[in-house]
Design a protein. Structure first.
Lengths: 399, 269
């Protein structure tokens, strides 16, 4: 059983919707079975376009809304993510990666959707992308991500894979935080009374997209007196009035674009940089992201037993990446190898684009199966011996 | 958007809302994209200007999260029957409690005049300069087949009649579909006010017509050319709304509920 639904419940999710798609369907099944007891609205929708839009609609009403899918469904959600960013209504979307492209290998795992996540929806907008490190981390991540999405009023994306969403692992209950802190950010609801005393007749001077230093504008939800406004996917001015067509105004457009993008600095400050685990000054530094944490960790132990000291840099927050901090860490590394479950080295390309960093070598796998520890150990040894810079281990077991 | 201000039903919608809704801040007007879809910005309610074709999906989520809000969705024929066709059908079968007003001008106006899903066969547009060869969708028949529980058609040239339909549509508990002939004076030179006026005939003027009779409504929906019925085609009140059928909402709107209900107990995994 995946830990996604539990964590969603702990995070205060009130609305979940989905279209069935392996390997994300387990989330829907758990949510549906426990919806009534947990007080969560769960809906199965006609397609993923409907899913993301329905979730954003619920979020606009003021609840925490989430949905999960796999690569193909995520592709259909792209335009909706842009809407979430433009109208500044937070939503959390989980992509449980299968092996692609297209229908691909629905029941097998891969880390092949990184660039899809980085590039989802057109235009520039603030987004958060996190890759949970293991099953237990799935539990911790969702409340953290909801807090960030609520604070910065933008889409929060989770990049996991079949290995985590359908993998089974025991987690000690004490390691799960059932009451994580909840921060809904600058939210004005009828319930919290923030808007109750505003003058309804004058609309209280409320501006939904008020230009602020942080880029975050207090968000009123429908039903609150005195805060009537229209949220708009067309570019708009502070009060929500459209400026994109006949009244196009370069000054206002620039101001709104900069307002939204100022959130990026706030998000970066709110998210911790990654850190190195294992011995300093190791013979080799293995760099992974998301679900490869466990296998890389085990490979490091095996290497150490065989007299090769290895440490690990595992990336959990993909956006913001904290490129400077990563460079600082890798500056002290003797031999660096990026380990990832895809063909083209998507993370290696991303890291290079953000930092100009080029690793000593790569270990990749794209046969649908996850890495096994010896795959990494053998590859590290052949790379340290100088025989190759790219290892693609063969999966020996037919499953 | 030369045709934008011609959409008289915008004004009618505001009038209808004034009659039916308790206060403006409890009303949300949600649009897609198109000439029709700037409407939320013109009236004094909470508004959402969403994506092309997606207004109904957004509205469904919003209504389920706070079913105390009155929800009105506005769009056009391209928005609702073309790119949003999937959501249109499924929203009707779900009986989401909202009013969906389609300003149907049988053309894509915002993009300067291409064939739409309700363009008649033979109509010449920039995208089909030799005439449309595809049969148009029949929105009323489609709504009947898909299970909408209130189905009506108005004409922007019959404003009092249209206002009354908007009021009824808001008051109806369930999915109310209101197709409104809204001639585009800029790009549609076939289906003009002059073309519609002699053809439209109010169903309300026919005392024998029973809007509770689905089969009769389906027959009426097929009429075109010589006589085009407007008015309330169909209504039924014996179907539960989507929010009414969902036990999770028994304790009230989601948005007013305690955020976290999870308690650490015996771990059931």
């Amino acid at each position: 059983m995946s830990r996604w639904p539990w964590e969603a419940r702990a995070a205060g999710v009130k609305f979940y919707c989905a279209y069935p798609m392996s390997p994300s369907t387990g989330v829907l099944h758990w949510m549906a079975a426990h919806a009534r007891k947990a007080g969560i609205m769960v809906r199965q929708v006609e397609d993923e376009i409907g899913v993301i839009n329905m979730a954003i609609g619920a979020a606009q009403a003021g609840v925490r809304a989430m949905c999960a899918t796999s690569g193909g469904g995520f592709a259909l959600m792209s335009e909706g993510l842009g809407m979430s960013a433009m109208i500044e209504t937070p939503v959390v979307v989980i992509n449980c990666q299968r092996a692609g492209p297209s229908t691909g290998v629905p029941t097998k795992t891969e880390q092949g959707d990184l660039w899809q996540m980085l590039g989802a929806a057109f235009g520039d907008y603030p987004r958060i992308i996190a890759a949970p490190l293991d099953v237990g981390d799935c539990f911790k991540l969702i409340p953290e991500l909801f807090n960030l999405a609520d604070r910065f009023q933008c889409p929060g994306l989770v990049l996991c894979d079949l290995l985590l969403s359908e993998g089974r692992l025991s987690v000690h209950p004490n390691d799960l935080g059932f009451s994580p802190p909840i921060d809904r950010g600058e939210l004005i609801t009828a319930a919290n009374g923030n808007g109750a005393h505003s003058a309804a007749s004058t609309n209280g001077g409320y501006k939904r997209y008020k230009i602020t230093d942080s880029g975050v504008s207090p968000r009123a939800v429908p039903g609150v007196p005195g805060h009537i406004h229209t949220v708009a996917t067309d570019e708009h001015q502070e009060d929500g009035v459209l400026i994109s067509d006949e009244f196009t105004n370069p000054v206002k457009r620039r101001a709104m674009m900069e307002k939204r993008m100022r959130k990026v600095a706030g998000i970066e400050a709110a998210v911790p940089p990654p850190s190195l685990s294992g011995p300093p000054n190791a013979d080799v530094t293995l760099i992974g992201w998301g679900s490869t944490k466990g296998v890389v960790e085990e490979a490091c132990e095996l290497l150490s037993e065989q007299g090769i000291s290895a440490n690990q840099l595992q990336i959990r927050w993909l956006v913001p990446l904290h490129g400077e901090a990563i460079l600082e860490i890798l500056r002290g590394s003797r031999h660096t190898i990026i380990v990832e479950n895809n063909y083209s080295g998507q993370f290696a390309r991303y890291l290079r684009s953000e930092t100009s960093f080029v690793p000593s070598g790569h270990i990749r796998k794209y046969d649908g199966e996850p890495f096994m520890p010896h795959h990494i150990v053998d590859a590290v040894k052949e790379q340290l011996a100088g025989s190759t810079k790219l290892s693609v281990p063969m999966h020996e077991i037919m499953v | 958007m030369p045709g934008l201000r011609r959409f008289r039903s915008a004004g009618r919608a505001a009038k209808g809302l004034g009659g039916a809704a308790d206060s403006d801040h409890n009303v949300v007007t949600i649009s897609g994209i198109g000439c029709s879809s700037n409407l939320p910005g013109y009236i004094n309610t909470y508004g959402m200007h969403t994506l092309h074709g997606r207004a109904l999906a957004v509205a469904t989520g919003l209504k389920l999260a706070n079913h105390e809000l009155t929800v009105v969705v506005t769009g056009g024929d391209g928005d609702g029957f073309g790119i949003g066709g999937n959501h249109f059908v499924h929203s009707m079968r779900r009986n989401v409690d909202l009013l969906y007003i389609v300003m149907d001008n049988q053309i894509y106006g915002l993009t300067t005049g291409q064939t739409s899903p309700t363009s008649r066969v033979g109509m010449k547009t920039k995208s089909m300069p030799f005439g449309n060869i595809e049969a148009p969708v029949n929105p009323i028949s489609l709504a009947l087949a898909a299970g909408a529980t209130f189905i009506a058609r108005g004409f922007s040239g019959e404003q009092k009649h249209l206002t009354e339909l908007i009021k009824q549509g808001i008051e109806h508990k369930g999915f109310s579909f209101l197709d409104v002939f809204s001639p585009c004076v800029t790009y549609n030179h076939d289906n003009t006010y002059q073309w519609f006026r002699p053809r439209v005939k109010k169903l309300e003027d026919d005392s024998a017509y029973d809007a509770g009779d689905w089969t009769a409504a389906m027959e009426k929906s097929l009429l075109w050319d010589e006589e085009i019925p407007i008015g309330k085609f169909f209504e039924r009140t014996d179907v539960s709304t989507l929010h009414g059928a969902e036990p999770v909402l028994n304790e009230g709107p989601l948005v007013h509920r305690e955020l976290r209900v999870l308690r650490r107990g015996p771990v059931v995994l």
